[in-house]
Design a binder for this molecule. Structure first.
Ligand SMILES: [Zn+2]
Length: 334
């Protein structure tokens, strides 16, 4: 009888022990939120190399780098800010950003601010209204495509009577000589911006006599010129303030622009100042935003005192307002 009671007690203890050991496991597994986490952790641990003898090759990383463009619609003469996103840091040098714009055959230059890579795509005034692509390549392999739209801008039309002596000087050789000077001054740019603020108009109390990319018909002929920047009429001798901080890359004479100054602001952005009466700066000189760099005049192909002011991304002319109304850096920083 005692034996039976003893065995009954032992059996009861064993049942109790098993029951109390199992309960906590069941309780944990029943918690809905924790369960999913724990299960996934368990799944991960079972596939880790340390717990399995099956040797698997690590899967190659899928590169999801893409070009981020903040807005979809842009006008002729605008700048398209492009940010490279989701890129693999150690492969940074392998990426290329390309566009199917006719004016942009080479891959875009990629710069970095605060470790965030970006490119600036300048739309010249001849860009046909259409949908365009920006593609991210790595080792010549297309990774992703982003699209944006360019729509038409209405440019001012002017009919001008140009002094015959100016017209006579507009020989192909002279035009080429000017173009070479202007292009050469924009070959090198700082990979980081010299500026931090928005650009400013270089003169105050002006009125615009010719707007950005105005179409000019000359002397009742079909000869058409595009006016690269804006003409700001102000009295002779008005002091010119540099639009933003940068380094002077040209200070001298050109045939059509007369006394000319070109400033590199970094990341491919340049400003140009033409027809000056006096130049106060030298090539290579650092200039701070608002610093006086010269005086308004009427040198070169000019019929009255005014400042011709240009903004460019490398050699493409853009609407200066793009840089003055907003701080372009705000669109490039995170
Ligand atoms: Zn002009």
């Amino acid at each position: 009888m005692l034996k039976k009671i003893f065995y009954a007690l032992i059996t009861a203890m064993v049942i109790w022990l098993v029951y109390t050991c199992l309960i906590p496991i069941n309780k944990e597994e029943n918690k809905p939120v924790e369960t999913s986490n724990k299960l996934s952790e368990k799944k991960i641990s079972t596939t880790s190399p340390s717990s399995t003898k099956i040797s698997k090759k690590p899967k190659p990383k899928i590169d999801k780098a893409y070009a981020y463009i903040p807005d979809f619609k842009y006008r002729q003469g605008d700048v398209v800010p492009i940010k490279l996103k989701n890129f693999i840091e150690e492969d940074f040098d392998k990426y290329e950003i390309k566009s199917n714009l006719a004016s942009q055959v080479a891959p875009l230059k990629v710069y970095k601010i605060n470790k965030h890579p970006f490119a600036l795509l300048a739309l010249n005034s001849d860009t046909m209204p259409d949908i365009y692509k920006v593609e991210v390549y790595k080792d010549d392999k297309l990774l992703n495509t982003t699209i944006f739209e360019v729509y038409k801008r209405d440019f001012e039309i002017q009919h001008l009577a140009i002094n015959k002596s100016f017209e006579a000087k507009k020989t192909p050789e002279n035009l080429k000589s000017d173009k070479d000077i202007l292009d050469n001054a924009k070959v090198k740019t700082s990979p980081t911006p010299y500026f931090s603020k928005r650009f400013i108009y270089p003169v105050k109390d002006y009125f615009v006599t010719t707007s950005f990319q105005a179409i000019r018909f000359v002397n009742n002929t079909n000869i058409v010129y595009r006016h690269s920047g804006i003409d700001m009429a102000v009295p002779m001798g008005t002091k010119i303030e540099v639009s933003n901080t940068g380094i002077v890359t040209f200070a001298g004479e050109t045939i059509s622009g007369g006394n000319t100054i070109i400033v590199d602001h970094g990341i491919g952005i340049f400003t140009q100042y033409m027809h000056l009466n006096k130049i106060y700066v030298k090539k290579g000189q650092e200039v701070k935003q608002g610093e006086i760099i010269g005086e308004v005049g009427t040198t070169g192909f000019s019929t009255g005192a005014h400042l011709h002011f240009d903004a460019c991304i490398e050699n493409t002319y853009i609407d200066p307002e793009q840089l003055i109304k907003y701080n372009i850096l705000d669109k490039l920083k995170e």
